[in-house]
Design a protein around this ligand. Structure first.
Ligand code: UDX
Length: 443
């Protein structure tokens, strides 16, 4: 089928690429000329495993192309996906101005002669946005154009976006017209995943409800981690014990420094705002946010308990990205941690396998020394903090690390190491929701 995707951000670029990979003819549109020119040269603006190879393969096969012209997209495709940013506003509501602008521009390109078109919202939007897009298009398009609006939310995770797209748990299609639903089902027939058919509003709600539920699971286990720390329990064992109940499932029960990224913080806030607007305040989600914020506070308190004054202490931080396998630092707890340490005048060095450059940009004036090597980052440090769940940190050579550090103390904010291994290598080891462990003193 002929598809166009407007917006080549994370969702637009990966979705467009995967659609071309399963055989569709795809035009990706972006109004940023430099970005489009870079993409035409095969340069991918984000780090995402497998993406570069897939873009190159499908561009060479003639199934994927990039343009700055919305008109080119609208005229040459049956289905137009909108995948532009929906950033948060200061009050937590969603800024829909990009969606409105693109809807208006699409309307100006539609004509009755073009024939039927489906306009699909892929971006995460508040419930009822679809009907606003419909009204906008009706207002600006010439009389007689034939179109439907569909909501088709995307559930990909950064760091494994390609695999999530090609092997989704489910596909949600919200449409108020059978004709649109049937065509959308054809788009996805090569994905071999169950399709959830809904009305427009339910599909929009599914996205906010799903992300808020996952954030809730993380805050739940983080609240349990605080109880474990006080009572001597082990949150990893508790998570295992509850996660084996199929009704709960073991996923998203990893205690840590809290959730970050471009989705959970924004979507939880948005859902709170949407529910307030509808007059049915979702106060449970306010607690989810509060727990997420206090998780870093509690970690900082434990660090102060150990080191007393942080001023002039040499602290190494492993991890800057908001999670592993990405260079994205949006709402990254690791970056917030570095900022907090700098505010307390600690001497901070940091390393991330992929996010050093993006983090340096957002850290701005904060005096963090960004290192090219994880061991050099830890050289001379009085404490090492693990802030992101990268595999290379879990597999670190602890003997080598101990030799490099000034004091053998690890604060593991992602429970990546096994306490017994850390102690065996001679480290004092503090983690989340587990008892701290100390090496035996030599006689
Ligand atoms: C999320 C959703 O998973 C995805 O379906 C949606 O489309 C976009 O938002 P993403 O933000 O890419 O994806 O990352 P995810 O893997 O969900 O992790 C989000 C944050 O939660 C990270 O900061 C991660 O470190 C944290 N997390 C995740 C935990 O602290 N514990 C967990 O058990 C899982």
């Amino acid at each position: 089928m002929k598809l166009s995707i407007i917006g080549t951000g994370y969702v637009g670029l990966t979705t467009g690429t995967c659609f071309s990979e399963v055989g569709h003819e795809v035009v990706c549109v972006d109004n940023n000329r430099e970005k489009v020119e870079a993409l035409l040269r095969g340069e991918i603006p984000i780090y995402e495993p497998e993406l570069e190879e897939l873009v190159t393969k499908n561009v060479n096969a003639g199934r994927l192309r990039f343009t700055t012209s919305i008109r080119e997209g609208v005229e040459n495709s049956d289905i137009i996906f909108i995948a532009v940013p929906t950033p948060p506003q200061p009050d937590g509501s969603v800024d829909l101005s990009f969606i409105e602008k693109v809807s208006h521009e699409i309307a100006l390109c539609l004509t009755p002669e073009l024939g039927y078109r489906i306009i699909v919202d892929k971006s995460t939007v508040p419930v009822c946005t679809g009907s606003k897009v419909m009204q906008t298009i009706k207002r600006y398009a010439p009389a007689g154009v034939d179109f439907d609006i569909v909501s088709n939310p995307e559930f990909l995770r950064e760091g494994c976006a390609v695999q999530d797209l090609l092997n989704p748990d489910r596909i949600v299609i919200g449409a108020d017209s059978q004709r649109a639903m049937d065509m959308m089902k054809r788009v996805y027939q090569m994905f071999h995943a169950p399709i959830v058919e809904t009305d427009l509003s339910s599909a929009e709600l599914i996205k906010h409800a799903a992300n808020s539920f996952l954030a809730l699971k993380i805050s739940y286990i983080n609240a349990v981690s605080a109880i474990c720390e006080r009572s001597g329990g082990d949150v990893e064992l508790v998570a295992r014990g509850i996660g084996m109940d199929k009704r709960i499932s073991p996923h998203f029960l990893a205690a840590g420094l809290g959730y970050g990224g471009s989705c959970f913080p924004k979507d939880v806030k948005a859902f709170i705002h949407i529910s307030d607007d509808l007059g049915v305040p979702f106060t449970l989600l306010k607690e989810v946010e509060r727990i997420n914020q206090t998780q870093l506070d509690r970690f900082m308190n434990r660090l102060r308990e150990k080191l007393w004054i942080l001023r002039d202490k040499r602290i190494a931080v492993w991890g800057l990205a908001f999670k592993e396998n990405t260079d994205d630092v949006r709402e990254s707890v690791a970056v917030n941690l570095c900022r907090r340490l700098c505010e307390e005048k600690a001497i901070v060095s940091a390393f991330d396998p992929k996010a050093n450059e993006t983090a340096a940009r957002v850290l701005g004036d904060a005096p963090v020394t960004i290192c090219d090597d994880m061991y050099e980052c830890a050289r001379g440090a009085e404490v090492l903090i693990i802030a992101t769940e990268w595999k290379e940190f879990a597999n670190a050579d602890l003997v080598k690390l101990k030799e490099l550090m000034h004091l053998p103390i690890i604060f593991d904010g992602r429970n990546l190491l096994h306490p017994a291994n850390a102690v065996h290598a001679g480290f004092e080891y503090h983690s989340i929701g587990r008892a701290s462990v100390y090496p035996e003193k030599k006689q």
